[in-house]
Design a protein around this ligand. Structure first.
Ligand code: ZN
Length: 223
């Protein structure tokens, strides 16, 4: 999960009790960097306007600009109305990326690890961990098995880019120009506009071997 800054002014259609309007999507999509705010995939084939707090017929929530988020169909259906009291990525007082560790397995068919970073996480963090664990791992129906497979392949495409850059950094014989390029690659991957940025940030943060060999790259994660 990544933080975003919400555009202050609400689209005018909301005052007319319309939220699924092109003007809403036109603002939401770039505001969320074109990514699902939960799984962080980009170029969504099935984008949806998601209600952060389930509206359940309440018009105040249904047409509240602050309650509209950009999500993929898979995450929206998993979240449903059962996942509430979550970390809000539009709240600038919480660094949502730092709250939850995300670690990839060696095989795309295996489980993604999603866990609180703090030993004493807030209830919002615990609830969000439970939701993200399902977003990345749930394959309880035939279709969810397929959407999970597709999601994991997209993540692994980026994972290979990360691993290639890391390999350059941990190889002592790497040319300085290649090292510089690898640092730039990881730097770009850790920005919120990049797909699945939370994974690259955590893989980088938890990589003691990389920090030992290239202490100069540590400043990257604070950039
Ligand atoms: Zn998603």
């Amino acid at each position: 999960m990544f933080n975003i800054s919400r555009v202050a002014s609400a689209p005018s259609c909301l005052a007319r009790n319309i939220y699924n309007d092109p003007t809403v999507v036109a603002i939401l999509k770039p505001m969320f960097y074109g990514k699902c705010y939960l799984c962080e995939q980009i170029d969504l084939a099935d984008p949806e306007i998601e209600h952060f707090v389930p509206h359940q017929g309440n018009d105040m929530l249904k047409y509240d600009w602050n309650n509209l988020f950009y999500a993929c169909g898979r995450c929206n259906s998993i979240k449903g109305t059962g996942h509430i009291n979550l970390l809000n990525c539009t709240d600038s007082s919480i660094n949502v990326t730092q709250e939850i560790e995300h670690i990839l397995p060696g095989l795309s068919s295996e489980k993604v690890i999603v866990r609180p970073h703090s030993l004493t996480p807030s209830q919002e963090t615990i609830n969000t961990v439970a939701l993200l664990d399902e977003c990345y791992n749930l394959d309880n129906t035939g279709l969810r098995g397929i959407t999970r497979e597709n999601l994991m392949e997209k993540i692994f495409d980026c994972y290979y880019e990360y691993i290639n850059a890391r390999r350059v950094l941990i190889t002592r014989a790497s040319l300085p120009s290649k090292v510089e390029e690898a640092i730039q690659t990881i730097n770009i991957m850790c920005r919120p506009a990049f797909p699945f940025s939370v994974f690259w940030i955590w893989h980088f943060k938890l990589d003691s071997r990389l920090h030992e060999l290239r202490p100069e790259v540590l400043e990257l994660i604070n950039a």
